[in-house]
Design a protein. Sequence first.
Length: 353
Amino acid sequence: MTVILRIRTLVSLARPAVLLLVLLSATAGLAAAGVAGDPALTTPVAVAATGFILFAVTVNDLADEAVDRVNLPGAPGRPLVSGRADRREMTLVAVVAAAVALAAAAFIGAGAVAVVAVGLVFALAYSLPPVRLCGRGALASLLLPAGFVAVPFLLGLAAGGAPLAGRNAVLLAGLYIGFIGRILLKDFRDVVGDRLFGKRTFLVRHGREATCRISAACWIAGTATLAATRGLSLTVAAAEATMLAVVLVLLHRLSRDLGPRRDERIISALAILGRGMVLVVVAQLAVVDAGRSAAFAAALAVALTTITLGDARAMLRYGPVVRLRVPDGNPAPALTERHDRRCLTHYAAERMR
């Protein structure tokens, strides 16, 4: 495998959209601690958060290889399934990512090292037996934000020496609850394979309508909590409420099954809105910390909201576009078929134990 191919495979493995969300959560922690503008602190936090999430997704890909072969055949973000990496290479990536995350956290302090270490253990428990939290329905949706939101946010707080109390605790709670509403929706893409392999997600257990209702409740509760965070302006609260209204309309549409392509567009638009809602809050905290005027902060919130709504509208109209292209490196069809049979045989044996 060439160096360029390895780099592009690694980028696809990191899931750019997921990585952006994690870095936004880290930035929220940095902004809450008042150090979002300090490169000496933001750099190790970004490296530690990136290493952590790369470890988590790699371990999950290793654990869910058979399921992903049904749900995501040939997806560029799943190099193990597409044949662009084998299990040994993926294991090496996980080990190196964990080491990088811990090393970067050491530059921040002992508290950051503890946060990353707990996060790595959680990632293992989430994906691997005997615990395997990802197969435990609603519990998985309640706990997954600990990796995507809490770990990077706490890293940001640790970098600034800020405690998880008062406004910071409310901010984390709002981000956490809102993310539960978003993570419930990822199972729409994977529902076929999850049912086939007995992965009892909330969607599999309770169906489309109930999933959308619980998701809506979490979006509402998370947004209300964010809006109540001390230091956020009325403009930010109005921006959050505007985007929440659009979210609720889209969730109502998603509650009716009109095909996977429509589902994909709606869920992708919801992801854009979720990131936009976090970005508006982070921007507000950052500009206030930088000493900018209230008028500037309000204008920035309006601009970010307008851009977010425009991107969500474009997603609904045109659908997602995959820009990352990984050079073709698929194994021979016969090898792929043998590997598929081996994965299914292994899964069947595990289920019979």
